[in-house]
Design a protein around this ligand. Structure first.
Ligand code: SF4
Length: 150
């Protein structure tokens, strides 16, 4: 990946074509991938970094902040561990920005599924998105790539 003097950008690995989603698929985003021509991109998958398998049971944020999977298993600790690791990597590489996959209970910014596994979106923040923002890193979704300086 080509780089310049601008700081590296953290990117959800599924946007870069990694098949790391809960269903074993990727979610390739050409706009994010094209940034690699001019910026150093650092792919991360917080859920995989936390040791969760792929594929894995779908999980959603609950109104009380826990993350519960569709089998009723509490995955909060793993999602928080993944968020912590994402912040550590961002700091290690001096990232100022992150491009994260929308709607995910880890990576989603602004909108997440409501915890009922019914496809209903509500305002909210994924665990990693919130942790990165708390660490002072600007979080964008894959829909905001055009806003990035290249
Ligand atoms: S945790 Fe983030 S990077 Fe990993 S599959 Fe989900 S949205 Fe993609």
């Amino acid at each position: 990946m080509m780089s310049n003097d601008l700081p590296p950008i953290l990117v959800s690995a599924c946007l870069m074509g990694e098949p790391c989603r809960y269903d074993g698929k990727d979610y390739p985003c050409p706009a994010a991938q094209n940034l690699a021509d001019t910026r150093t991109l650092i792919p991360i998958c917080p859920e995989v970094m936390a040791g969760l398998p792929t594929p894995r049971t779908c999980a959603e944020l609950q109104p009380d902040g826990r993350v519960i999977d569709a089998d009723g298993v509490d995955r909060t600790a793993a999602f928080e561990a993944g968020a912590h690791e994402a912040v550590r990597i961002a700091r290690e590489h001096d990232c100022k920005q992150a491009i994260l996959k929308s709607k995910s209970p880890s990576c989603g910014k602004g909108l997440v599924y409501d915890g009922t596994f019914s496809g209903t979106l509500v305002p909210g923040m994924g665990k990693t998105a919130q942790a990165l923002i708390d660490a002072g890193i600007e979080v964008l979704s894959e829909n905001d790539c055009a806003d990035l300086q290249s």
